[in-house]
Design a binder for this molecule. Structure first.
Ligand SMILES: Cc1cc2nc3c(=O)[nH]c(=O)nc-3n(C[C@H](O)[C@H](O)[C@H](O)COP(=O)(O)OP(=O)(O)OC[C@H]3O[C@@H](n4cnc5c(N)ncnc54)[C@H](O)[C@@H]3O)c2cc1C
Length: 721
């Protein structure tokens, strides 16, 4: 029997048992015994019975209480009063406390068994924030809800069963949280004669006290955090006045925006940079890689010029000139990020290596800057893997490759992520022999298989050799094929192989710049992967130090760094009054290979891994008029939607200008616009952007109201006669 059918049978049995029990409760009208009048009328008889049959009465009452609460049958309040009336305060309290907690936990488990998977599957994505909150603070919330008896007991049991809270935690927090309310009810039960209705027990004043008790944990946490923060900072000598409201360390994408925002709201801000303004993106990342890819694209156009009816000779690549062009493009963009521009904007730009002395002081050379807050935007650097022999080998990374002027004869690229793929394609198109090696069985592991496959096919069509599922074992000088030959030994499918090359480029990921400038010394916590531990306000574990960009993670993109920078800067400056949570709901990115791969939201792989139900609509760009006219008729638009709805869960576009095309979907997801609205929007003909509308149209056709259309067809037929 498959596991899903055995789950179904299990659920049917549970539902049948519950239905039978609840049904008998109503059929035999057992509710008549769970009223105040019935209890008052039988109080003496019950007390007599308890005296004569103590154990049986205790056990019987306990069992009834557990069943009533487990089945969420109304009557728990009366039973609690009964416990006071029959057993007295302390015995009643102990009995009810355990019985109600066990009953609540059974109700919680029933809800979990029957509904949790379905609810998480159906609403998983929307529940993500709640799930995270429950995982982190579930006990806290449950405790507060339990303290206020005004919140229906059975609703809390059933709803908590749908969340990821652990059963054991649910039990003990429930027991603790319900104790005061239970005590009040059991105590009231001891005075049963003076109670006319259950609502007498909870006066508004008593409910008010419980509400206060419930919000107490939140107030307590706020106070504890406040005191902890004050205590942490009090060990440092706080200056009487500060030079700056905020000091920003690192003038890359994150630091530039953080300091710009601070200056725009008239704060006094210093921006410290030890190397080049603009950071990685301008000097060694986005800009040079895109400039290089452009030269490569031109070379590839020349090679296929005959497809366009133009004859041209094979391109002659002046490698040094290509690399010089990259520098000239950087020089053209440099003014956007320059000291002059930022000084004019009101930022004090300081050149040098920053060192955090304490949370109020940053040292640069012999300058000591005092500040109320610090924003760390120190970015990342290429990760160099521990491959034996690398120390004595010659290799490049994305930091150093831009200085290369000698054209490599055989370039070996280790790494199959976006940077490795972009550079692999760029160099192979410039006429260099390129081999790309990766330990995964395919390139671009974050993307879906169909997207990665198209990129791999394109790279191979350009002439790159891909060695996949291969582990680099060691590097050594040697070989004779090239003037500067080196050899890499790798293991693939259990066998060792060697490959000879003259230039090695490592592109196996990036490490955060979080150590070595004072953060560890003052107790800023660092994650295992090297990024700084930050909360949703981008605040580190030292309260007046914030972080953004690659050093904070989890994404490593320029647009995310600048997005985070706004939150880091605003929270640092105005957090004393209002703090803003960084919004990561719609994060897009692209790999700028040809075809480009652009993504926003969920991929199919992620949806499957997270158990989220989805529908796929796939439009092939080979069908698009403009793509055909331009000779760029390849790739696809793939949209994941909620089943039966036009709500977009995620989009992957592979193709010409995919990174531009996806903006329409980014806006749609951000502003909660569905495929129907995209379909209802006029797109200029003939453009690549029509691919988005075509995908929406495809979705619409797949969701056409077939039954209604059959009737409409009948109507048309009838009208023709
Ligand atoms: C080859 C390549 C291509 C890329 N392509 C893209 C792309 O197309 N699109 C995209 O979105 N992203 C791309 N990225 C990623 C992007 O470059 C980074 O995500 C972005 O630069 C991160 O910005 P940041 O401000 O966090 O850090 P950085 O830009 O790295 O800036 C950090 C700055 O801090 C300075 N610094 C560090 N420590 C100190 C100190 N102690 N004192 C003073 N200064 C210090 C550094 O010198 C540096 O200038 C690419 C990256 C690479 C390597």
């Amino acid at each position: 029997m498959s596991s899903s059918s055995s789950v179904k049978i299990r659920n049917i049995v549970i539902i049948a048992v519950i239905a039978a029990l609840i049904g008998s409760f109503f059929i035999f009208d057992l509710g008549q015994y769970l009223t105040l009048d019935a209890l008052s009328a039988r109080q003496d008889a019950l007390i007599d019975y308890y005296r004569d049959n103590t154990l049986a009465m205790l056990a019987g009452f306990f069992a009834v209480y557990v069943v009533v609460t487990a089945l969420s049958i109304p009557g728990a309040a009366i039973l609690t009063l009964a416990a006071g009336a029959i057993f007295g305060l302390w015995t009643g309290l102990v009995l009810v406390s355990f019985a109600s907690s066990i009953g609540a936990t059974i109700a919680f488990l029933i809800s979990r068994l029957l509904l949790k998977d379905w609810v998480q599957k159906k609403f998983g994505r929307r529940l993500q924030t709640i799930n995270k909150g429950v995982e982190k603070d579930g006990a806290f919330y449950l405790f507060s809800l339990r303290l206020v008896p005004a919140f229906p007991f059975f609703v809390i049991n059933l709803v908590m069963g749908l969340t990821p809270i652990k059963t054991r935690k649910f039990y003990w927090v429930s027991q603790l949280g319900m104790l005061p309310g239970t005590a009040v009810y059991v105590n009231a039960g001891t005075q049963l004669a003076s109670i006319e209705s259950t609502s007498d027990i909870l006066s508004p004043a008593l409910i008010g006290s419980f509400v206060l008790l419930a919000i107490f944990p939140f107030i307590a946490r706020f106070i504890v955090d406040f005191v902890k923060n004050r205590k942490m900072l009090s060990q440092y000598d706080k200056p009487g006045s500060f030079d700056y409201n905020v000091v920003v360390i690192g003038a890359g994408s994150g630091g530039l925006v953080a300091s710009y925002i601070a200056a725009a709201v008239k704060a006094k801000v210093a921006l410290i940079e030890r190397h080049k303004m603009g950071g990685d993106c301008l000097n060694t990342g986005c800009v040079p890689s895109k400039a290089l890819l452009r030269s490569a694209k031109i070379a590839s156009y020349i090679r296929k010029s005959e497809d366009y009816g133009i004859s041209a000779q094979a391109p002659e690549v002046d490698f040094a000139a290509v690399m010089d062009r990259i520098q000239s493009k950087i020089t053209m963009i440099e003014p956007h990020d320059s000291i002059e521009r930022y000084s004019q904007l009101g930022v004090d730009c300081v050149t040098g290596d920053a060192r955090i002395v304490d949370p109020y002081r940053v040292q640069v050379g012999n300058q000591l800057l005092t500040c109320k807050n610090i924003v760390v935007a120190t970015g990342g650097r290429p990760f160099v893997p521990p491959i034996p022999g690398l120390d004595s080998a010659t290799y490049y990374t994305s930091d150093t490759i831009w200085g290369l002027r000698r054209k490599p004869e055989h370039l070996l690229i280790v790494g199959g992520g976006p940077i490795g793929c972009e550079l692999s394609q760029a160099f192979v198109r410039l006429g260099i022999k390129v081999t790309q090696i990766d330990r995964d069985p395919r390139l671009l592991p974050r993307e879906d298989d169909d997207a990665a496959k198209l990129v791999m096919a394109a790279l191979e069509a350009d002439g790159a050799r891909l060695i996949l599922g291969a582990n680099a074992k060691s590097v050594r000088q040697g070989g004779s094929a090239y003037a500067d030959s080196q050899i890499l030994t790798y293991e693939q499918g259990g066998e060792e192989h060697e490959i000879e090359f003259d230039t090695l480029l490592l592109a196996v990921g990036r490490a955060a710049n979080s150590r070595g400038f004072g953060l560890e010394e003052i107790g800023v916590r660092i994650e295992d992967n090297g990024t700084l531990e930050v909360n949703e306000y981008l605040q580190t574990s030292v309260p007046n130090i914030y972080a953004c960009g690659d050093v904070a993670g989890p994404y490593q993109f320029t647009h995310v760094a600048s997005h985070q920078a706004w939150y880091a800067s605003v929270n640092a400056l105005f957090g004393f009054a209002k703090r803003f949570k960084a919004d990561y709901r719609v994060i897009p990115w692209a790999t700028f290979t040809d075809p480009e791969v652009a993504r926003v939201g969920l991929s199919e792989n992620e949806a499957k891994a997270q158990g989220i139900e989805y529908e796929v609509t796939r439009y092939g760009i080979d069908d698009l008029d403009r793509a055909i006219a331009d000779g760029e008729d390849h790739g696809f638009v793939k949209v994941l939607t909620e089943p039966g709805k036009d709500t977009i869960l995620g989009v992957t576009i592979v193709g010409y200008h995919a990174a531009d095309l996806i903006t329409e979907y980014i806006a749609a997801m951000k502003h909660k616009i569905g495929l129907n609205k995209i379909l209802g929007t006029i797109h200029i003909y003939p453009t690549m952007s029509e691919a988005n509308k075509m995908a929406a149209g495809q979705w619409k056709r797949a969701h056409a109201p077939e039954k209604l259309l059959a009737w409409v067809e009948k109507l048309h037929t009838w009208r023709r006669h």
